[in-house]
Design a protein around this ligand. Structure first.
Ligand code: SF4
Ligand code: SF4
Length: 282
């Protein structure tokens, strides 16, 4: 298999970014998070990315300014539709590899379905994108792409095929907390990202780190933003008290579509990151 096959497929499937990592790059991944955990004979992982339209980011910025309907544009065109494209692309890439080359290939869901208790998908598509050289993961826990910052949704395919891997990102550091003063931490409305505690991970022989993030707090905020039936007092109480029990019960009580997804609807750490704003000119 040559990389031009993937390039051609990516074009057909409206994929903006792609890369390939050999499974050796995941040698130091924790148990249960390696490509071989889902496919014993895995040899490579293909990462794919779709750029979020600038208009969806601008609409969400209007929401931050108080224009409530902006959030529906971001939810649909910034989250759900790009994820649908990724799902379709992943299954098509898998089918192509299986039909043309006979390699068993596992498509990875970009968001739901996922393990709700632990807020974990099959594999982290952000880590796959990082391993395939599409950028690096920032303090905000999101992939930062050198051309457009965090405004990309990712998916992937684990395959038995041995495919020539693409280079790891080797440019200037993309996340610069020294310059932005950890804006993602300061802007997070629910304090989900730690300013001081970090989580490290290894890809190939390189060490990366990101801020320690409480996914359940982040998800709670997304639920709150979509459920307009929640009273202002309830919202204030939850944000002020921030106990895990009341956040979990809130998620279980509400009926919004975000209840079922791991994706962050609020998006402040994605949109307001200075790398996204500079690269996307928003
Ligand atoms: S706002 Fe962006 S550049 Fe700044 S620390 Fe967070 S992820 Fe890094
Ligand atoms: S999406 Fe919003 S709530 Fe979630 S971590 Fe980012 S800024 Fe915080």
């Amino acid at each position: 298999m040559v990389l031009s096959d993937i390039e051609e497929l990516a074009k057909k499937l409206n994929i903006d970014f792609w890369g390939v990592a050999s499974i050796e790059r995941f040698n130091n991944a924790p148990m249960g998070r390696k490509p071989t955990d889902i496919l014993f004979n895995a040899k490579s992982v293909i990462a794919i990315g779709i750029q979020i339209p600038k208009g969806a980011l601008v609409a969400q910025m209007r929401f931050y300014e108080g224009y409530d309907p902006g959030k529906f544009v971001y939810l649909h065109y910034g989250v759900q539709i790009p994820n649908t494209y990724l799902e379709i692309a992943s299954i098509n890439i898998s089918r192509f590899l299986e039909k043309e080359y006979g390699w068993v290939s596992v498509p990875l869901p970009p968001s739901q379905p996922y393990d709700r208790a632990n807020r974990l998908g099959v594999m982290s598509v952000r880590h796959i994108a990082c391993a395939a050289g599409l950028g690096e993961i920032g303090w905000n826990n999101l992939m930062i792409h050198p051309e457009i910052g965090c405004a990309v949704r990712y998916g992937g395919v684990v395959t038995e095929g041995e495919i020539k891997q693409t280079m790891l990102y080797g440019g200037e550091p993309l996340c610069r907390p020294d310059k932005c003063g950890r804006l993602c931490v300061r802007e997070c409305p629910i304090g989900a990202i730690s300013a001081t505690e970090s989580v490290g991970f290894e890809i190939s022989d390189r060490n990366f780190c990101m801020g320690d993030m409480d996914k359940i707090y982040c998800q709670a905020l997304s639920v709150l933003e979509l459920d307009s039936s929640l009273s202002k007092q309830r919202w204030t109480k939850i944000v002020e008290e921030r106990t895990r029990e009341n956040i979990v019960s809130l998620i279980n009580e509400t009926q919004t579509p975000m209840k079922r997804t791991a994706t962050r609807l609020c998006g402040k750490c994605l949109i307001l990151c200075p790398v996204t704003r500079t690269k996307m000119r928003i």
